[in-house]
Design a protein around this ligand. Structure first.
Ligand code: HEM
Length: 355
C-alpha cells in the first residue's frame, strides 16, 4: 500500500474489486465465454506486471556505470518475469478445457478480435528489443495498430504508446551497452590499450577454437564419421563463424567480447553477478519461447489448422513466432565456447578477485 496507512481500507476497496469484477460481462455471455474472457484478462494483467518489471530493469541497467548492488536487483526482477511466463505457459491448460465445439459457439462473435491485437504483448516485445525484421513476414503488428488508430480512440492511444516505446532504448540494447563495459583481461573501455588487449583476447580464443576443431576433425574421421578434409572444413566454418561474430567487418564487437569473457570465466568471483544476469536473460527468453510454443499447441487442439480471427494462417503463424530470438548474442556465444583447458589464460587474475 503506498503512502502509509491513512484510513482503513477493506480488502475489496484496496483491490478495486467492484470495478475489476464488473468487467467479465457475466450477464451477457455463457460460462464458456466468460471463462474465455477471464483467461485473457488474467494474461493481460500479467503482461502489465511484466512490462513494469522489464521497464524498471532496463532503467537500472541504462546508466554509464551500473552500481554493483543494482545487478542483483535486476536479476531478481527478471527472475520474476520468467516465473510469470512459466505460470502463463501452465495457464493454457485451463483454456484447453474449452472444446472445439464450445469455442465455435461464440467464435464468430469475436469478429477480427485476436491476441494479435494485444497492445501490451507488442509493448513488451518492443521493450525487450524484438526487431521488426525478426518478425514473421506478412504479419506486421504495427500495421494492424495503424489501421485500428484510424477507426478507434483506443487504437490511437495504443499506437501512441507503442511508438513512444519504440523511441526508447530496449532492454537488449542496454544489456549490450553494459556487456561492452565488461573488464576483459583487466582492461576496461577507458583503459589506454583496451583495443589491443581485447583484440588479442579474441584472437587467442579463436585460435583455441581452431585447435580444438582440427583435433576433433582428426578424431571424428578416425571414428569413421566422414572424410578428414570434409570434417576439417566443417570445423573451420565454426571458427570462421566465431570470427564473424566477434569481429564483424574486421572490428572487435566489444559487447560480444565481454560476453564471451564472462561466459568463459564463470568461475571468477567478480563475474558472478554478471553471469547470473546473463543466465536470467536466457531463462527469460526461453520461458517466452516455451509460452509461445504452448499457446500454439493449445490453438492446434482447439481450432486445428483454421485461419485465425486476426487473419493469420493460425498455428503455422504461431509456430513461426517461436523462432524469434531477441537476445541473439547470448544464444550465439554458446556455439563458440571452448573447454576450460583450452581457453586463453587470464592475464590479470587478481583483478577478478582470483588470487
Ligand atoms: C481459444 C483460445 C485461443 C485461440 C483459438 C487463439 C488463437 C490464436 C491465433 C490463431 C493467433 C494468430 C493470430 C490470428 O490470426 O488470430 C493468436 C495470436 C495471439 N494470441 Fe491467441 N488464441 C487463444 C487464446 C489466447 C489467450 C487466452 C491469450 C492471452 C492473452 C492469447 C494471446 C495471443 C497473442 C498475444 C497472440 C499474438 C501472437 C503473436 O503475434 O506473436 N491467445 N491466437
Amino acid at each position: 500500500m503506498s503512502g502509509g496507512p491513512q484510513r482503513s481500507l477493506s480488502y475489496g476497496e484496496y483491490l478495486s474489486l467492484t470495478e475489476l469484477l464488473a468487467l467479465q460481462r457475466d450477464g451477457d455471455v455463457s460460462a464458456d465465454e466468460m471463462h474465455f474472457i477471464v483467461v485473457h484478462q488474467t494474461f493481460e494483467l500479467w503482461f502489465k506486471q511484466v512490462i513494469r518489471e522489464l521497464a524498471e530493469s532496463r532503467d537500472v541497467l541504462d546508466t554509464e556505470s551500473v552500481a554493483e548492488e543494482a545487478i542483483p536487483m535486476v536479476v531478481h526482477r527478471l527472475g520474476r518475469v520468467t516465473e510469470i511466463f512459466r505460470l502463463m505457459s501452465q495457464q493454457w491448460s485451463v483454456m484447453e478445457t474449452l472444446s472445439p465445439q464450445d469455442f465455435l459457439a461464440f467464435r464468430d462473435g469475436l469478429g477480427s478480435a485476436s491476441g494479435f491485437e494485444s497492445a501490451q504483448m507488442r509493448e513488451l516485445e518492443i521493450l525487450i528489443g524484438l526487431q521488426d525484421d525478426h518478425r514473421n513476414r506478412g504479419m506486421d503488428p504495427l500495421k494492424r495498430f495503424i489501421q485500428m488508430a484510424e477507426t478507434s480512440e483506443q487504437g490511437k492511444v495504443d499506437l501512441e504508446r507503442l511508438r513512444s516505446r519504440m523511441d526508447e532504448i530496449s532492454l537488449w540494447d542496454t544489456a549490450r551497452n553494459w556487456l561492452g563495459r565488461t573488464p576483459i583481461d583487466g582492461s576496461t573501455p577507458d583503459s589506454t590499450n583496451d583495443a589491443e588487449v581485447v583484440q588479442s583476447y579474441v584472437e587467442a580464443h579463436i585460435a583455441a577454437l581452431e585447435q580444438h576443431g582440427s583435433e576433433m576433425a582428426e578424431r571424428m574421421s578416425e571414428w569413421g564419421m566422414g572424410d578428414s578434409d570434409a570434417m576439417k572444413a566443417r570445423f573451420a566454418a565454426v571458427a570462421k563463424g566465431a570470427r564473424d561474430f566477434l569481429m564483424p567487418n574486421g572490428e572487435v564487437d566489444r559487447p560480444r567480447a565481454g560476453l564471451l569473457f564472462i561466459e568463459s570465466h564463470r568461475d571468477l568471483p567478480l563475474l558472478a553477478w554478471p553471469r547470473t544476469l546473463i543466465d536470467r536473460m536466457i531463462e527469460l527468453e526461453e520461458s517466452m519461447v516455451k509460452w509461445r510454443h504452448s499457446h500454439a499447441r493449445m490453438v492446434e487442439r482447439i481450432i486445428g489448422r483454421r485461419i485465425g480471427t486476426g487473419g493469420s494462417s493460425g498455428v503455422d503463424y504461431l509456430d513461426a513466432t517461436t523462432t524469434y530470438r531477441v537476445f541473439t548474442d547470448l544464444w550465439a556465444v554458446r556455439t563458440i565456447l571452448v573447454k576450460s583447458e583450452l581457453r586463453p589464460q587470464i592475464r590479470d587474475p587478481e583483478f577478478y578477485g582470483f588470487a
